[in-house]
Design a protein around this ligand. Sequence first.
Ligand code: ZN
Length: 234
Amino acid sequence: MVDAGLDRAFEKVRAILEGDLEHPGLTLYDLQELVGFPGRSDGPLSYSLPKDSSLEGVNAVRFFYYPKDPEVTLIVEVEDKSRRRHLRHFKWNGITWVAPRGFKADLTATREIVGGVEEIGGDFFLGFSRDEARELSEAIRKGEAVGAKYLLCPRDNTRLFYAPGVSAAGLPCPKCGNTTLLYKTLTFSAPEDRIEALIREQRALRAQLEDLMLFLKSRLGTAEPKDKTGKGDT
Ligand SMILES: [Zn+2]
């Protein structure tokens, strides 16, 4: 299905980056101005395009600038109305914006969702098809997904697993929007992963046991001996 709003947003981004009849294309210097670089030292720095009629069909268009990354200078993120993120990567070659090796940089709205975020079992998956994300989630649950890369949000412990083709730099936490995420890799020996899984299982078991106890008590009608008859002796 053609998403006309998404098409219009990509046209707008293309006009900004490549220029049109009225404006020259965005330069690296312009981008630095937009994000306020330098000033805040570490990247990525971001800038959201102000809403106008050409962007009514999407939630947001954001430019992320990476001052320190030798490969990717700019990531353009177009968030569509279904909250899916379409990412395009660019490198500044001194004159114009080009595609870094291995990345898409075409400025047309493809039907393929590059930055689609799936949420499964409390984890988020970026750059996977729905089936791939499901399989990975299952493997993670079983402790089999050794080597899977993810970003951990230190604020709310959200895990964002990302596909190999996805540049993880500067991705925001899908829950709280925090862009200062920690790079992690699943390992068997990562105690926090195992312990977290154990704690989750234990919590579920305890809840089941409590439910069972309540059920049994109600079925047996056991009037518990009331031992809280206040022994008010002084
Ligand atoms: Zn978060």
